[in-house]
Design a protein around this ligand. Sequence first.
Ligand code: DHB
Ligand code: FE
Length: 278
Amino acid sequence: MAKLVGTLCSTHVPAIGPAIVAKKQEDPYWKPFFDGFHAVHDWVAKVQPDVAVIFYNDHGLNFWLDALPTFAIGCAKEYFTKDEGWGIPRFTDFDGYEDLSWHIVNAVKAADFDPVTCQEMYFDHALAVPMELTWPGVQRPIRIVPIEVNTVLFPTPTGKRCFNLGRAVGKAIESFPTDEKILVMGTGGLSHQLEGTRAGFINRKFDIEFIESLPTNPEWGTQFSPEEIVENAGTQGMEMINWLAARGTIQGDAKTIHVNYHIPISDTASCVLIQEPA
Ligand code: DHB
Ligand code: FE
């Protein structure tokens, strides 16, 4: 059966894309952020995943406010990035993994989740940036299964619902009849708010408590309603529910292998976190 090798959660700020293209890794503003990815490169080289299953949110590129799925799973053979209006250069295309996508779709339906299934999907910075940070400038040696979560339009799913979706996805991975190594990713966060009177809001205390709770007490994060997440982590801090979905795929306790929390990148409390099953 396939093996879940661990989870990799990362911030997905759009400005990271141009910083990668302009090679600003050693620039004083960017260095503390990019330095956090050396350990990611080492870890990925060590575990050598064959597949990445990615919980992310779309920001209006593929889905718009007129029809925004709570959960959508890509079931395509290939995927593409598109310019979402920031002028960000396109990153290389992504190979899909249809068999695993449909296996996950069927498994989560049996567990009472009803995702939209997509034969075609375009990615914005939420998926492209963490992938480029993890496999910079190389042909990615993986196939992907993208899972979109609505974090942008109320009513969003709860963190608890996302965590339980992660549970179902994790079980699906463990029942997939190949010997492939599967990495689960979650993107976005941590605390940030881009608009309104609280624009620039960051909550370090909340973020740190969230990070520290994930290995053995993810229920700390799932206790919050969407409104409470917005209050504590900002409107876009809602993206932490993607992290809860990723954490849910590890059925028991997790252990943190690497964490780099750095404030701020653009308006965001940035973080990259690697966890493995304990
Ligand atoms: C920023 C962060 C995000 O998560 C996003 O989707 C867009 C912008 C930012 O901090 O600039
Ligand atoms: Fe975002």
